[in-house]
Write a protein that binds this ligand. Sequence first.
Ligand SMILES: Cc1cc2nc3c(=O)[nH]c(=O)nc-3n(C[C@H](O)[C@H](O)[C@H](O)COP(=O)(O)OP(=O)(O)OC[C@H]3O[C@@H](n4cnc5c(N)ncnc54)[C@H](O)[C@@H]3O)c2cc1C
Length: 372
Amino acid sequence: MDFSYTETQTMVRDTLARFLADRYDHETRMKIARGDGWSPDIWRAFAEDLGILAAPFSEAHGGLGGGAVETMIVMEELGKALVLEPYLSTVVIGGGFARETGRDDLIEGIISGTTTTAFAWAEPKGRFDPANVTTGAKRSGGGWTLSGHKAVVRDAPFASHLIVTARTGGGPRERSGISLFLVENGAKGIVRRDYPTADGGRASEVYFEAADVPGEALLGEADAAFPLVSRIIDEATTALCAEAVGVLRELHRQTQDYAQQRKQFGQPISKFQVLQHRMVDMFMEAEQAASMTLMATLKLPDPAAVSMAKAKIGKGLTLSGQEAIQIHGGMGMTDELAIGHYFKRATMIESQFGNTDWHLGRYEALAFGEAA
Ligand SMILES: Cc1cc2nc3c(=O)[nH]c(=O)nc-3n(C[C@H](O)[C@H](O)[C@H](O)COP(=O)(O)OP(=O)(O)OC[C@H]3O[C@@H](n4cnc5c(N)ncnc54)[C@H](O)[C@@H]3O)c2cc1C
């Protein structure tokens, strides 16, 4: 099988890599992380100079005509540079929902860089289960009234819109009775508590205090959103795996560079076989992650392939992150060096959209025919 990229795919990857090398070094990223948590200038450049916000959308929508493979290519590069901007939340998740529900206006806003979205799905004690929805939506007049609490909504502080799952029927953890709403961030009755995340990003606790939203806030059909939510989470998880590949490649590359420079007993520590073995293990984790991500991407929307990849990559992130810190010695612990920040992002990816144990359990249930 030929897995090589087309000329356009290679161009997108190389242009983005060059841009990030020029405009998104460690120091710049740390300034953004300590500031607002994202850079509108970088986002504008993604929209206008690079066109990557258009990458996975059809040409009819003004996109580049790409799909999941283009998302994979972009996400790997964003992972290599530890990009904080909300590509996953907006282009992959917001764009995915817009594509599947025929919301062309939303796609246009995303491509132009004017609309950013955050996905409010998880709830306290939800344990990664997207059907664990207690936030409620009741019909009122021509619209809806939302009440409830969504936890750790990534990128919410700088999203123009929130995409919210809410229960319009059924009981706790039931898959039927879940609906999706696209609401303006900061509308009356929506209260946010914003905070920085361990990896330099931003998230919010979002409280819906009898928030009235108009009828057109409903995305897709009432009561029947679960299959779509599950599918978009799988697409997002696959994109996250691609970001993890970028992180794993950098954990390995930067550790190898350090070991070649750091001298002990009159020679670079990379000469010691015991460290070479450990760096080979890191290299293998990155390569296996790349293969698993490609498989999950090409098999979308196969949930078993997604969970298999996420479980394998989750283990790789833990191993490689720990090895990188230890091989860097005391330097690995410092805030000034990038490596610790890669480890932090690796740790967050491991638990984003289901941790290793959760995906192993889901894979087992899917592969052996139990309900998942
Ligand atoms: C939070 C923190 C607290 C600390 N507290 C103390 C303290 O109280 N007292 C103190 O003395 N030190 C302390 N240290 C320093 C710590 O002991 C050193 O960081 C550690 O010994 C590694 O040394 P190094 O940082 O110079 O790394 P390096 O010497 O550069 O080693 C890097 C990696 O190479 C490995 N390595 C080096 N040489 C070889 C070899 N010949 N064969 C195989 N592997 C090798 C090391 O195990 C390590 O994994 C602390 C460090 C941290 C991060």
